[in-house]
Design a protein around this ligand. Structure first.
Ligand code: ATR
Length: 264
């Protein structure tokens, strides 16, 4: 039986096992997908288990998407460009680090019917998934990408790689058409992002990368003020879809049942 894993810390919130095991069963594949809480010191050993065939594939989540890079043999084009790895597989005898978040984000926005072309985008956060989002937004021809992070240094480090970014202080709100919460604020029930919603106005697009809980306070407030909202569920499904296709060479179906599976 083939073995797959999602590793992270925390990991409890991850719905990857639910989704992958659902597709595994639907496609009659002899495999199992588990989640594993790890610490940074465990990364090397887990990746060596991909190399020796004990584990057939790994998804990586917060906060290890960059930290796994030194331990893989090769990065794909996407992983190298974003310096972020969320999917690991073996090809020949090499362990490959790949990134399916970029495509996941792009397809998620398409599903929401939102076109970022020529739009001003405001990103909150500078964590593991942000470089993928920046690259996807640039590919989709956003006109301006403004980014703010509590720890400004991390935002400035991103600007060294993506020179077209505009960095602003945490707590300030620029004018924008779409705002993305890419921080982990919202994972806990009472987490709140301080924003002056009445100044922001209406008819903006609020996107939260978080999909569990389904509606963060960020999205709830946005809706109350008359904005369009979307959570990270479809991005999550599409990134998993890409990983599944690479591992099993089968493209699973994304139907209503799949989407409902992740409703909590
Ligand atoms: P990592 O940074 O290790 O990749 P992440 O969960 O991907 O982990 O990123 C967490 C993001 O949420 C960061 O942008 C973090 O801001 P800092 O860089 O200042 O740590 C942000 N974040 C987490 N808790 C926050 C809080 N209480 N207020 C503001 N931002 C917060």
């Amino acid at each position: 039986m083939k073995k797959y894993l999602v590793i992270g810390n925390p990991i409890e919130h991850s719905l990857s096992p639910k989704l992958h095991n659902y597709w595994i069963k639907k496609n009659n594949i002899d495999a199992v997908y588990d989640k594993k809480l790890i610490n940074e010191g465990d990364i090397e050993d887990i990746i060596s288990q991909v190399k020796n065939g004990n584990i057939n594939g790994i998804n990586i989540t917060v906060p290890f998407k960059q930290k796994v890079i030194p331990f893989v043999d090769e990065l794909t084009f996407e992983a190298n460009k974003s310096q972020s790895v969320n999917t690991i597989y073996k090809e020949g005898d090499k362990v490959i680090g790949h990134n399916t978040d970029m495509v996941g984000f792009e397809l998620g926005l398409k599903y929401a019917n939102y076109n970022v072309k020529n739009k001003k985008i405001f990103i909150l956060g500078a964590g593991g998934v942000v470089s993928s989002i920046i690259l996807a937004l640039k590919k989709m021809e956003a006109s301006q990408i403004i980014l703010s992070n509590r720890t400004k240094k991390k935002a400035e480090d991103l600007k060294k790689v993506f020179s077209y970014l505009e960095i602003i202080d945490w707590g300030k709100t620029p004018e924008f058409q779409m705002i993305i919460n890419a921080t982990s604020l919202g994972l806990k029930k009472n987490d709140e992002i301080k924003l002056n919603y009445s100044d922001i106005g209406t008819n903006k697009f609020f996107y939260d990368v978080i999909y569990n809980p389904k509606q963060t306070i960020f999205l709830k407030r946005a809706k109350m003020f008359g904005n369009q909202t979307e959570n990270g569920k479809m991005m999550f499904i599409y990134q998993a879809h890409q990983a599944f296709t690479i591992w099993h060479k089968i493209m699973p179906e994304i139907d209503d049942e799949t989407i409902k599976l992740l409703d909590l």
